[in-house]
Design a protein around this ligand. Structure first.
Ligand SMILES: *[C@@H]1O[C@H](CO)[C@@H](O)[C@H](O)[C@H]1NC(C)=O
Ligand SMILES: *[C@@H]1O[C@H](CO)[C@@H](O)[C@H](O)[C@H]1NC(C)=O
Ligand SMILES: *[C@@H]1O[C@H](CO)[C@@H](O)[C@H](O)[C@H]1NC(C)=O
Length: 855
């Protein structure tokens, strides 16, 4: 089945999805493809700080907000970083490499796996006032150590195979509670069993392994202490909850998936049994955690990360889990929320039992012995004379040995994921709670992806608004740790190559009132001049913010910064490009010419796209005011404004700008440019064919997040502009100072310059591309060429002197060097050539599209 044509299956799934989406109106609506309002590439990030040293694998974090220190465990080193500025020179480091003898031994045993033979730090936590506790894989000979904080040195190291895994890649989690180290992993080198251990002064406490199904090929994700003894009316114990995925052994199938996610728990005061379960957990119970949308056929069975949102008391604890779907053809991730109350309830419910029948595990229907097996010691136990687990009768302990699995599963809050996103593999999540200007509390999720991006999503009522997606690393790599410092409002991100520090919000990036308010970022508000961080403002009365609707407050005059009008004088007959770069992915551009909205059948050759507007063959009547408006969330706001005046080409030919020597181009070179453009177009075609092919090729399936750039479905007709934006290299000057510029995309190449691995969207992605006004007649006969110009000598306009990349488009900025050239027949033939190409590509897109959706 796995080998079956993935394309065929995709068709199937695609139809199912479409049917599911259109025919099955759900009681709740799950947006399967939340669009990030903003895409923030690395070079646009503000207040971005990065730390890297000579080592790799910055994956184990321990944050001490009060001390202002972020401890980071990497490969062969432990760092103490200044959390205000991780790149600060006050950084301290402990080099802790495995000794050569151990490394050689490791290399001999592991053969080719040389990269594993390092000391990967896997555990790093506070032990007491003066010391940290750390463990590393130490070239497959796990070691632990105390770190003396004052001098930041290792005070003693010792063997650590009871606390740390051998393998740097294996799932692992650990905690320190009351000086006892709780760890859970697969401890042994080969064929070892997974275990949950507690060690205290050389003595270790573990699980019973006499029955094989306590833990079955588990991958531990996280663990957390919930202090349930606090204000407990029943004298309950604190508990350690462990989250992991597990191979299904006891249940035959779960919608065809061999893995499930579980939560297990043990009681802090568990001391084991007297005869049965000696020095072993008497309170180990586990149950399944569900995150699915059965109506859509989505079962998110693999947990990747957990965040515990603790809002005061333990009763209000909420667990946020990020899950991925194992169904690799649809790379989908989801976030589910669970309450501590729901988890407790399943542990108090019925047990499952191995019936040794074809159905195997099913609900245990017989009498459960007293006192209740697997329970922590409560007042009721104490009243009956069971002061500790050592007092528990064998019949209870035997029962819990054979019945570690609960019958009921933990369902998410609301019965379904709170957030789902297609074509993304999430790895880690943190959640911040912030009080916005409306005095309401909002939960903001920061979710890391496997390719090094961060998604910021705010929960508004019953819906989710994706504020932005942020590129964290130049080289795609998984976000492996994510730590939130909520008082400092900082985020720390760990990966293979570096540690990154980012503020929870950079409001400065929103330059207008509309941009600030439409962002619906609870951290940001507009003060009349700039977008500011709400919590930093003493006087908040003047701030404008509208989280709930995301569109109110900016319409009053004076609320926004005035838009600069750019005047441009153009030559009659030439083509002009008016850039209009929308910072929002959810906005659509609309053009107004002399306050009249531009329509598709305006009788002119207009080309409109994301990047701007091209007016072909400008005539005197085209003079006037051009305004680009962004339409978003029910409001329209001006983004760019131009005043165009048209000059007669022959009568008033001003000299070329001195900075631009008129280039005389030989026919040979002109030919070369045309060839080059044709080659680029061919490359584009090959690349898009290739990406379709790769998408269908089973060999290429895997954990990669394959997707086209978001703009893929719209970019062909677009003339992507970036002038006026923050494009490097080319300032405003380069775009507007010259007389006229024409920008054309000769070929975008799905892979070119994009930060993502290309792929094909499974579903036609919203939002719809901006409507493309079709030119009335693209044939040369309708060309607006001035007949007189035919006699003008000199071939091409200037060289395509800038070739840049942006959002996956490489495009040529064409500079028209002089008036005479611009109106020359060659010039027209050149632009015609290009416009034909644009047309062709548009058609190519139309042909490609059915293929794309049929796979
Ligand atoms: C550590 O980082 C290196 C370099 O990026 C990478 O090749 C390796 O897979 C990483 N190892 C682990 C265990 O993450
Ligand atoms: C940490 O950085 C902040 C800001 O750069 C600085 O004020 C502080 O003194 C630094 N702390 C230490 C311990 O160096
Ligand atoms: C913390 O633990 C270390 C290691 O066991 C020990 O040497 C040190 O004295 C302890 N410090 C305190 C304050 O208890």
């Amino acid at each position: 089945m796995q080998k079956m044509s993935s394309c065929g299956r995709k068709v199937h799934l695609f139809i199912l999805l479409i049917l599911g989406v259109t025919l099955c109106p759900l009681t709740h609506t799950v947006d399967l493809d939340n669009i990030p309002r903003r895409t923030v590439p690395l070079h646009d990030l503000l207040d971005y700080k990065q730390f890297s040293h000579t080592v790799y694998n910055y994956t184990t974090f321990w944050l001490e907000e009060e001390q202002g220190v972020l401890y980071v465990g990497a490969r062969g080193a432990i760092f103490a970083l200044n959390m205000s500025d991780i790149d600060d020179s006050s950084m301290k480091v402990i080099q802790w490499e495995a000794v050569t003898a151990k490394r050689i031994d490791c290399q001999e045993k592991r053969g080719h796996a040389e990269t594993d033979c390092f000391n990967y730090i896997r555990f790093l936590k506070r032990f007491n006032e003066t010391h940290l506790y750390t463990c590393g894989t130490y070239a497959f000979h796990p070691h632990c150590a105390y770190i003396e904080i004052e001098n930041f040195t290792l005070s003693s190291t010792f063997e650590g195979k009871e606390k740390c895994p051998y393998d740097p890649t294996i799932g692992y989690t650990g905690l320190i509670v009351d000086n006892k180290i709780y760890t859970a992993t697969l401890y042994k080198f080969h064929g070892g069993l997974a275990d949950i251990k507690r060690s205290f002064q050389q003595r270790s406490f573990r699980m019973d392994d006499s029955l094989p199904y306590s833990l079955n090929e588990v991958n531990f994700i996280d663990s957390v202490l919930v202090t349930e003894s606090v204000n407990s009316s029943v004298g309950d114990d604190d508990k350690i909850y462990l989250f992991f995925t597990e191979k299904l052994g006891e249940e035959n199938a779960f919608n065809g998936k061999p893995l499930v996610t579980r939560v297990a728990r043990v009681c802090k005061s568990d001391e084991g049994g007297m005869r049965t379960l000696q020095r072993k957990w008497t309170s180990f119970l586990k149950t399944r955690i569900v995150c699915s949308i059965p109506e859509y056929g989505f079962y998110f069975n693999i947990l990747r990360g957990i965040y515990v949102l603790n809002q005061g008391s333990w009763q209000s604890t909420i667990f946020y889990g990020v899950f991925i779907s194992q169904w690799q053809n649809v790379q989908t991730s989801a976030v589910c929320q669970y309450t501590i109350a729901d988890i407790r309830k399943t542990f108090e419910g019925p047990f499952k039992e191995d019936q040794e029948s074809p159905l195997r595990w099913s609900r245990y229907m017989d009498k459960v012995p007293e006192p209740r097996p697997g329970s922590c010691i409560t007042d009721e136990f104490r009243r009956k004379g069971f002061k500790t687990s050592l007092d528990l009768p064998d019949i209870v302990l035997d029962f819990v040995k054979k019945h570690p699995l609960m019958d009921e599963e933990v369902s998410p809050v609301g019965g379904h994921p709170i957030f789902v996103k297609k074509n993304v593999n999430y790895t880690k999540i943190v959640v911040d709670t912030i009080t916005a200007l409306d005095e309401k509390e909002y939960n903001v999720m920061f979710i890391g992806t496997v390719d090094g991006w961060l998604h910021k999503v705010v929960n508004i009522g019953s819906s989710m608004h994706m504020i932005e997606e942020i590129q964290l690393y130049k080289e795609p790599q998984p976000v492996e740790s994510l730590v939130l410092a909520s008082t400092q409002r900082m985020l720390y991100i760990g990966s293979q190559s570096a540690v990154i520090q980012l503020p929870l919000a950079s409001c400065r990036k929103y330059s207008t009132c509309f941009d600030c308010v439409l962002a619906r970022d609870p951290y940001c508000g507009w003060d009349g001049k700039a977008c500011r961080e709400v919590q930093m403002e003493k006087d908040r009365s003047q701030l404008i913010q509208d989280i709930v609707n995301g569109n109110k407050g900016c319409l009053d005059s004076g609320a926004d910064v005035p838009l600069e009008v750019m005047s441009r004088r153009v030559q009659r007959g030439s083509d002009i490009f008016l850039p209009c770069r929308l910072s929002s992915n959810t906005a659509v551009a609309r053009w107004e010419i002399n306050e009249v909205e531009l329509r598709a059948d305006g009788g002119k050759d207009y080309r409109q796209g994301d990047g701007g507007l091209v007016v072909m063959g400008v005539q005197a009547a085209d003079a006037g005011d051009y305004r680009c408006l962004a339409q978003e969330n029910g409001v329209r706001y001006a983004v760019a404004s131009y005043n165009i005046s048209v000059a007669d080409g022959l009568a008033t030919s001003p000299p070329s700008p001195p900075s631009l020597p008129q280039r005389q181009i030989s026919k040979g070179r002109e030919f070369i440019y045309l060839i080059a453009i044709a080659v680029l177009a061919a490359v584009t075609f090959v690349l898009s064919t290739l990406s379709v092919y790769l998408f269908c090729s089973p060999a290429k399936r895997g954990d990669y997040n394959m997707r086209l750039p978001r703009s893929a479905t719209v970019e062909l007709q677009n003339i992507s502009g970036s002038c006026g934006g923050k494009e490097e290299g080319e300032g405003e000057e380069g775009c507007y100072s010259g007389d006229r510029f024409l920008k054309i995309i000769p070929g975008e190449g799905a892979t070119a310059g994009n930060h993502r691995t290309p792929a094909v969207e499974l579903l036609p992605p919203p939002p719809p591309p901006p409507p493309l006004p079709l030119p009335p007649d693209p044939s040369p006969s309708s060309s607006t060429a001035d007949p007189a110009a035919a006699t003008t000598p000199n071939g091409l306009p200037g060289l395509p002197h800038v070739l840049r990349k942006m959002n996956g488009n490489s495009y040529v900025l064409l500079r028209q060097a002089g008036e005479t050239e611009a109106t020359s027949p060659r010039y027209h033939s050149f632009t015609e050539e290009l416009s034909k190409m644009l047309e062709k590509r548009k058609h190519a897109q139309l042909v490609e599209k059915p293929d794309e959706s049929s796979v």
